[in-house]
Design a protein around this ligand. Structure first.
Ligand code: NAP
Length: 285
């Protein structure tokens, strides 16, 4: 039976540290604040926002929601984002995406000040992450993967790590963060040949494909650590969610595994808060 790398323990440990850091800022008269920018009210966005607010409340981080109608014009929305970005009392910004199709998302993302870009929405922010500039914030999900690996003492230096998926939100940035830890990283995608065999060679496998239960027993071997980033509707249990890993098939084989739900997703909103606290500290250094 594999050791389950649960996210809650990781988030709880981070919470203790963040409570102290928020208190220290407040003693200096600074109240760290996160700004949510949301167009419309998609259920997924509202769900994430609700979770993030609850996490923020738990550490004493304040927040403000900037909500705009679905038909907001490019001009009005650009103005609004610039205004939020200029607010001295807002230290971190999370903008929900994708934006409605009539908006030029690339241009709007670029209006978020890089020092407040706590979920790596800007090209400048991504550049910092890829250049190992520690003032840049990687997206929250890859950071959550790294925080889990660190918390559970999974060795990375010199180890073979396979990242399954190459999105800008998960695959590419997590590969960069793993490289920073001196892992030997292979990035796989939909055109990779012999995918199960490549994955089975890894010491650590990070699955971020967005395909329910795709990673089955053929992709893994004894001794591996498996990080399942996926959150998908469960085809076998209507109304429930499952990962990109077929947990029931893989768990008996590998050494360590994150459940999904209950793994990476449980750490992500705490990372968002951590990045906002860090942004506030850096802006007031
Ligand atoms: P994405 O943008 O759709 O990217 C999926 C990646 O997987 C792509 O690089 C794609 O390859 C690759 N892929 C798709 N099908 C494949 C196949 N059959 N074989 C090999 N590679 C394949 O997804 P994402 O945004 O990175 O998200 C990935 C998963 O993480 C999703 O389940 C999502 O819900 C979840 N997620 C979780 C969190 C969290 O907080 N836990 C946050 C964000 C996302 P190509 O590039 O070749 O198309």
């Amino acid at each position: 039976m594999a050791e389950q790398l649960r996210g809650k323990a990781v988030a709880n440990a981070m919470k203790e540290d963040l409570i102290k850091r928020v208190e220290a800022l407040k003693e200096k008269g600074i109240t760290p604040k996160l700004g949510f920018i949301r167009v419309g009210a998609r259920p997924d966005d509202l769900f994430y926002e609700g979770g993030a607010k609850k996490t923020a409340d738990g550490i004493g981080l304040t927040y403000e929601v900037f909500e705009y109608p679905e038909d907001v014009s490019q001009e009005d929305f650009e103005k609004a984002v610039v205004e939020v970005g200029a607010r001295k009392d807002i230290h971190g910004i999370l903008m929900f995406s994708p934006l409605p199709k009539h908006l030029d998302e690339k241009k709007i993302r670029s209006l978020i000040p890089v020092e407040k870009d706590v979920d790596c929405l800007t090209v400048h922010g991504a550049g910092k992450v890829f250049a190992d500039d520690l003032t840049g914030f990687p997206p929250c999900t890859p950071t959550a993967c790294m925080d889990i690996l660190k918390f559970y003492n999974v060795p990375l230096q010199g180890k073979k790590v396979v990242v399954l998926g190459r999105s800008m939100v998960v695959g590419k940035p997590v590969a960069m963060l793993l490289l920073r830890e001196n892992a030997t990283v292979t990035i796989c995608h939909s055109r990779t040949e012999n995918l199960p065999a490549v994955c089975a060679e890894a010491d650590v496998l990070v699955a971020a494909v967005g395909r329910a239960k795709m990673v089955n027993a053929d992709y893994v071997r004894a001794g591996q650590t498996v990080i399942d980033v996926g959150i998908n509707p469960d085809p076998d249990r209507p109304g429930k969610f499952c990962g990109d890993v077929d947990f029931d098939a893989v768990e008996p084989i590998v050494d360590k595994i994150t459940p999904s739900p209950g793994g990476v997703g449980s750490v992500t909103t705490m990372v968002l808060c951590k990045h906002t606290v860090m942004a506030c500290e850096l802006q007031n250094a």
